[in-house]
Design a protein around this ligand. Sequence first.
Ligand SMILES: [Zn+2]
Length: 406
Amino acid sequence: MSSSTAHRDPPFRVEQVGSFLRPEYLLETRHRWEEKKASGEELRKAEDKAIKEIVKLQQDCGFHGINDGEYRRHMFWGTFWENLGGMVTSPVTDLQAFRHYVPDVKALLQNVHSTGETISCRGKLTHTAAASKDNLQQLHYLQEILPKEEHCNIKLTFPAPSWFHLRFRNGHAYPKDVYKSDDEYFADVIQVYEKELQVLYDHGLRSVQFDDPNICYFCNTEMIEEFNKDKSNNCTADELFDKYIEVYNKIMTKVPKGMHIGVHLCRGNFAKSQHFTEGAYDRIAARLLRNLDVHTLYLEFDTERAGGFEPLKHLVAGKTVILGVISSKFPELEDLNETVARIREAAKWVAKGRGVSEEEALDQLGVSPQCGFASHSSGNAITWDDMVAKMKLVRSVADKVWPGQP
Ligand SMILES: [Zn+2]
């Protein structure tokens, strides 16, 4: 981005990366609905009630950016791709269609001997009114229950544009008679994202977060080696990484002015706190922090598998990094002062890389739980009380580092 002034509020000093644990009554109603024992109306009512409660909890904990806990979704990727023309939700039975070395595919094949729920491209991707219906429902309900002056603080999450590309082997992500190349496929992906963002902007949405575990897979040397050994690939892993960055950057050129865009990276956050990949940011940091033209990066930093803060020396002016230093996977509560010290350590690296003071560097940072608390609706292996304690801790950390700031 040409601007050296960062987008602010959003991101706030305290951010939530996405989902919250579902209350038991919501899980139970959804389960009955899946078994056709509860009506869609019953499910919606349970979702409405749960969303009101989770919005209040966010406000009570001092969070200014508000989301609906992803309570109307089963998985974090939600309800966008399956609503696009050309996409089909049905099992892909040919396991050879998948890249078995892509970390989530690998883990699912090992654990459940399938690739999980799969949405795949079977025709030309198109964006019709139906594509937006679920996102609009999620947005409109939050607008209904929040005062008008807070509508600009509503955040909606999206799956990464590459989510239904990387997992498939070269030539299997889309029909060859529809798209001749990845470039043709991504030209349509870019278009459908641009259209969706415009629709949501027109309806008042001002903050978007893309959830992109795929990018972290490029920190995993094992996956890189396997990718580069796979003779069916027509590019290297690094070239594909650059292509994924370019896809975002093309989308960014059409994002309406005043709309905040962030990208969340993590190493997987599946049911019961399962992660999929490991590896520090060093391998990708320079290209990620310099070339990806979004306003904010939400980065995992809660365990050693994400490495240290040194890669933040590549952060450039005009971008914010939200440090996911409070684990959303484990119940143990982090120490307040140690967490504050970690944030100052992160700021040191930003300051060093940019040649600015640590106070200036801190201005480019914020804090959050590492990921959602329930990217899969069944949730992480922590309790409701653990989650609330983590939320309060994030607020306390921010109040120590950035007193008086939202
Ligand atoms: Zn995550």
